[in-house]
Every structure is written in structure tokens, then in C-alpha cells.
Design a protein around this ligand. Sequence first.
Ligand code: SF4
Length: 364
Amino acid sequence: MEVSIDKAPIGAMKILSCYHEVQQILSGKMPVPRTMEFFLSNVCNHACAGCHSRYMHKSEDQFLNFDTMKDVVSDFAELGVEGVEISGGGEPLMYPQIIQAIAYMRGKGLKVGMFSNGTLLTDELAEFLVQNLLFLRIAFDAGTPETYRKIHGRNDFEKLIGNLKTVIGYKTRNGARGKAGKGGPRRSSDQKFGTATVGAKYLVSSKNWQELAQAAELAREIGLDYLQFKALRASKFTIGGETLDKAREVARRAQELSNEDFQVFGSLEKTKPIGRCFLNPIHPVVDAKGDMYLCAFFHHRKDSHKIGNIYEKSFPEIWYSEKHYEAFRSTNPKECAIFDCPFHEAATLARAWIVENRKHLEFI
Ligand code: SF4
């Protein structure tokens, strides 16, 4: 019998691996987060249409202090956090000590992933990131230089394509599969370093929906592992009505480009929470000002979601504080519904399989 395995590294099903964390949450305890997200930089070299972090780019606190970052990472590692996701906020590659920061995280035994616009990649960075990240996800957002410029505010599309080819070149040299490396050794489940998964993220809006399939074709040609698409929300560029219908059709064509080595996946449909969130302790965020928030997906940054500042208190002090429990108890599903939080779908699964125990997970 052939077992079909979903090859995409992203998806709601992953929440089932957090069975024990969810059990802890249900019994009123605060679990150790599986993933910590870091916004190391508040500054960005691009100015994207519809960017929800744009207001942060004006902040005077441009970068998280390196020594403070090291203290927090040490605490993560000691408590048992498994993955650190570096995103923004601003562009992570603008963080002056980005190589040292990732090396420090890796030295502490953490797995590291990064979101970037990819335009600041140098040869040295490309080689280092391929060797040290578990994944690198790049904002792609267009199939042509013109559309890219309209969205990102910079004429950097050709540069991005060149940078991605360099990254894939290092992957291929390291023996990972890819266009040029087909037939090379497959990655084992644990020793993935040296062969970071490199994917594209496409935020679909009124400015770029027509080019989704074209971008997917380009991403496949370059040798990326996947292209994930998602609809831009809460913006004047959000699509709806007839445009959304047409975009669904383009998305379907893009998905048909998936093959053994390259997956196109995502959704343009609005997700909704199924009540008050009970998953946020699995994936909180620390930003470049040192502020720590309940979760990384609540882009409107309500004060009620802020649980402390790591310049003032240590990570464990904030994490196990009454303020955190209070914030956890008072999330408002209406506010969570503004954006398509990945935990909306995950919560539906976790509720049925873990909370209601429909699959009798104590038995295999
Ligand atoms: S945005 Fe809301 S639903 Fe999503 S993780 Fe945060 S608190 Fe939970």
C-alpha cells in the first residue's frame, strides 16, 4: 500500500504534535512555547504596500540589543523551546549581528527559521543561511519586475531572483535535492542543516493576483522547495467579489505546478476563530523593542496582548507572570478574526482531536 505524505512544511496538522502542550494549557498551566518568534529589526529596506508592520519602521529602537537577545535565547534553550523564527517587524537581514545571532541560537541547540525579503543576501550570507537555517522563507509577491516594484516600493526583483539562485546553488553544492541536485541524498528527519528548505511566500492582493501562477512557475524554475500563498487582509488592497473568484482560478493553476520537488499550497479564503484562543502560548513573539506579545499573529498589537518587556524582566519571569495568564484569558475572538491567523484552522483540529479527544490519542 502506498502512503501519501503531505510534503509541505507548513500546515494546520502540525498542531497535533503539540498534544502535550495543549493538555497543559487545558489544565491551566503555561507550557513552554514550541516556537519563539523574534523581530530582531524594526527597520526595513523595502516599503511594501499593505505591510502591517510599517508603523514599527519609524520606531527609534531599531534593533534588539545583541546581549539581551543572547540572554533571552539562553532562557529559551534552558526552558526547552525548540524553534526560533526570525521575522519582522523589519527586515531581519538588516540586523547588524544577524550571523552571530543565528550562530548563537544554533550553539544553544535551537532550530532556526527565517522570513526575509531576500534582497540583502550576499554570497557569504547565502552560504551561512543554507548551512544554519532549517528554513528560509522569502517574500516573492510578484511574477514580474514591474509588479514587484509596485508592491515592494523598490526595483529589486532581478536582484532577488539572482540572490535566490545563489542560495539554491549552495544548497545543491551541499547535496540537497533541487533542480540541479535531483537524485542527491534525501534529508533525514533530524540532520537537516546544510540544506535549509527555501520557499517563497506570496501575499495575494489587488496588485498581484494575476501573477500568482507566473510567480510559482518562476519559483519552480529557480529550484525553490515551495510557494505558499495567502490573501492580504485588512488593507485597501485586499481582494473580494469577482476579483477573488478570478484569483481563485489563478491559484488553482498555480497549484497545478506542484510536482515531486516543488509544492504550491495556500488559500485565499478568510479563516475564522472558533471561540477564544487557547493556542497562543505555543508561539509568542519578542519584538525589537523588547516587548513580548501573546502571539506572533496578532498584527494590530493591542496593549492587552502585551505581556512584558525583556529589558525589564527575564523571559521566565514574563512567561509565568499573572499578567500573561490574564492576557491569555482575555483574548477577544473578534480581534483575532481581523487577520487569517494560522491558529484558526489549527484550533479547529486541536479542539476536535485533543480537547474533545475524538481520536482517543492515548491509544495508538
Ligand atoms: S491572533 Fe488570536 S487566534 Fe491567532 S494565535 Fe493570536 S490570540 Fe490566537
